[in-house]
Design a protein around this ligand. Structure first.
Ligand SMILES: [Zn+2]
Ligand SMILES: [Zn+2]
Length: 227
């Protein structure tokens, strides 16, 4: 038990291999994978973060969707190296990936860093126990440290939800409706953080919960987004 534990612990801080291609690298990504980062780029829809032909405040993709948040942003597309980075965070919890890569990328797309609190999307407690950490919380702490904000773990999962991979956008919204609760009241401007933004159903349900708990506005930030 002792040695695997130590090496697992070392892995948390010092992955010795590129998280994109598994080859030995001196940093979290080798040069090739760094250059292959799938940036979302600009312009994007100001509301949902989807790449658009022109800068816009609402796009074809989100014009008929109600969101609990004011805006959603993400620096990377959920594909290629972006997907590999999320995988490394989700299953390995690499803190160095958060510090060296994810946090700087997320800060690049955040044009206003004034928030009263940063809130990670929570994991169900059984999933949290199994995994040992919440990757959204790792990201939230990374961002909070840089913009000098406090992390509030006010959100909790009150009802377990189905895995969303196979679900349509409408099914995802139904799946997460009423799944979250806020344990402490909030105020002001909140930054809600998750690893991946897909349809926005999870972020929207969490943001709605934060608004009902007193938040004035909620902005969503994720490392990756499907496009
Ligand atoms: Zn690589
Ligand atoms: Zn949009």
């Amino acid at each position: 038990m002792y040695e695997p534990y130590l090496s697992a612990l070392a892995d948390l801080f010092y992955p010795e291999r590129c998280v994109g291609c598994e080859r030995r690298a001196s940093d979290v990504l080798c040069r090739t994978c760094f250059e292959a980062l799938p940036g979302v780029g600009s312009p994007v829809c100001r509301r949902c973060g989807l790449p658009t032909a022109f800068a816009t405040f609402v796009c074809e993709g989100c014009k008929n969707v109600d969101f609990g948040f004011e805006s959603a942003k993400a620096p990377l597309k959920y594909e290629g190296v972006g997907k590999k980075i999320v995988h490394a965070l989700k299953y390995r919890g690499y803190k160095r990936v958060v510090e060296r890569l994810a946090t700087p990328l997320m800060l690049q797309v955040l044009d206003d860093g004034r928030f009263d609190a940063i809130v990670p999307v929570p994991l169900h407690r059984l999933r949290l126990r199994k995994r040992g950490f919440n990757q959204a919380e790792l990201l939230a702490r990374g961002v909070a440290e840089k913009i000098k904000a406090t992390v509030s773990d006010t959100l909790e999962v009150v009802r377990s939800t189905r895995d969303q991979v196979e679900l349509s956008a409408a099914q995802r919204r139904a799946n997460v409706a009423g799944a979250y609760t806020a344990t402490v009241p909030l105020r002001g401007r909140i930054l809600l953080i998750d690893d991946v933004f897909t349809t926005g159903a999870t972020m929207s349900a969490c943001a709605g919960t934060l608004v009902r708990a007193g938040a004035e506005e909620v902005h969503a930030l994720s490392l990756c987004r499907t496009v």
